[in-house]
Design a protein around this ligand. Structure first.
Ligand SMILES: NC(=O)C1=CN([C@@H]2O[C@H](COP(=O)(O)OP(=O)(O)OC[C@H]3O[C@@H](n4cnc5c(N)ncnc54)[C@H](OP(=O)(O)O)[C@@H]3O)[C@@H](O)[C@H]2O)C=CC1
Ligand SMILES: O=C1OC[C@@H](O)[C@H](O)[C@H]1O
Length: 381
């Protein structure tokens, strides 16, 4: 499939500025915990273009900031101050919340949201550690509410297509795998939540879910962690992590994440080419997906057969099923969430087990590398 620049830019423009659609009779009412940087792309815009969802409120600590956020995104109700998040949860007109808080607060506010009777989409990683993840999903089950960790690549048809290529069988069995997510050091400010141990920081927490989940998804198997090495930027805050894993049938794999790649050029002011690919080597060839974390921005799926013949695909919408070429992975994810709440079978889903295992692997990598697990929340129900 060739990549025509005009349609590429037109698609991207629509992904970033999706149409605001008319809502149905009784849309699912969402509240947003935290006026976070990720929120516009991950939930505000997807809701704008979903006819069965409406964002009714946002809560943030600072009044000026939350009011500005509410105005910018047309959110009718704002909550501020030290009780803002709980005030939003006390709003009985809200059906579901999106938790966009630092990792260390995911447990507390998901537990509180479930207690308040809300369905929850919680940002990745779901918790500080596996122990917390177990308790969160146990409460969701007890309350008969939906809880999902938002790892959006799982919902994008390009990532699905990569799995399908492997499962079609022509490439033969998987022999080895690698997954990368390495980004420029200037991506984050010095005070970023990702650099604070008490907020659940660390490159593995922030970036690790991407390659770990990609390889689990593509191979439909769970790994054991053999070894891991880290480079830290400060005490207990990993900047770069390299982990060796073994998946089912003894498939070796390597996962590399880095939150501090050097720039290049004068004073290293220019961004490096990010390492954002997953590669699966099989008996008869390899498949590589470039930019699986943000496939709606751009991606490529390249299959190279042993002997040299290569082909590249780009997949923006599913062959069967709902979706538009301009939908972001977050939009596909919201579609699945709403399908599930409404009792319909979603096109893709992430189970409790999936998220709990993801935390188990993160914990195991920290342990193997000699770094402590992220601290369990002090919050008790
Ligand atoms: N799925 C994805 O593609 C992505 C997911 N993420 C995830 O989303 C979450 C938020 O990340 P991001 O948007 O980058 O982060 P931000 O720093 O922009 O947002 C964090 C939010 O947490 C709130 N907050 C509450 N307590 C604290 C505290 N003690 N210190 C700092 N902030 C606090 C702030 O809320 P307030 O508004 O109340 O001031 C802020 O809005 C993380 O879990 C991250 O892993 C991030 C990027 C991409
Ligand atoms: O979820 C994320 O996706 C992309 C990364 O650059 C970012 O740090 C992370 O939070």
């Amino acid at each position: 499939m060739s990549l025509d620049l005009f349609s590429f830019l037109a698609r991207l423009r629509k992904t970033n500025n999706p149409p605001v659609v008319e809502k149905g009779a009784n849309p699912l009412r969402f509240g947003l915990l935290g006026a976070a940087k990720i929120a516009p792309d991950a939930i505000v815009k997807p809701i704008q273009c979903h006819e069965d969802a409406v964002l009714v409120a946002v809560a943030a600590r600072d009044q000026r900031r939350v009011e500005a956020f509410g105005r910018k995104w047309g959110i009718p109700k704002t909550y501020d101050g030290s009780n803002a998040y709980q005030d939003l949860l006390d709003n009985t007109e809200i059906d579901a919340v999106y938790v966009a808080l630092p990792n260390a607060l995911h447990y507390e506010w998901t537990m509180k949201a479930l207690t308040a009777g809300k369905h929850v989409l919680c940002e990745k990683p779901i918790a500080n550690n596996e122990e917390e993840a177990h308790k969160m999903f146990a409460l969701a089950q007890e309350k008969n509410l939906l809880l999902i960790e938002t790892w959006q690549p799982h919902f994008h048809p390009a990532v699905y297509r990569t799995k399908e290529i492997i499962e079609e069988g022509a490439l033969g069995k998987i022999v080895k795998m690698e997954g990368h997510l390495c980004v420029w050091s200037s991506t984050f400010g010095k005070d970023d939540i990702r650099f604070k141990y008490g907020l659940g920081g660390g490159a593995l927490m922030d970036l690790g879910p991407y390659p770990i989940n990609l390889l689990r998804y593509l191979s439909s198997s769970e790994p054991t962690v053999e070894s891991a090495t880290t480079i830290c930027r400060s005490k207990n805050i990993d900047k770069r992590v390299k982990a060796h894993l073994t998946f089912a049938e003894s498939i070796p794999a390597v996962v590399i994440v880095d939150s501090g790649m050097d720039g290049w050029g004068p004073l290293q002011l220019l961004p490096p080419w990010p390492k954002v690919h997953g590669r699966v080597e099989c008996e008869n060839g390899t498949v590589e997906i470039f930019n699986y974390p943000l496939p709606s921005l751009y991606h490529s799926i390249t299959v190279t057969l042993t002997g040299g013949k290569a082909g590249t695909e780009r997949v923006w919408k599913p062959q069967d099923g709902r979706g538009e070429g301009w939908w972001s992975a977050y939009r596909y994810q919201l579609e699945a969430f709403i399908d599930k709440v409404r009792g319909r079978e979603p096109q893709a889903w992430r189970t409790a087990e999936d998220s709990i295992n993801s935390m188990r692997i993160i914990d195991a990598i920290y342990t193997k590398s000699g770094l402590p697990l992220r601290q369990t929340s002090q919050f008790e129900l």
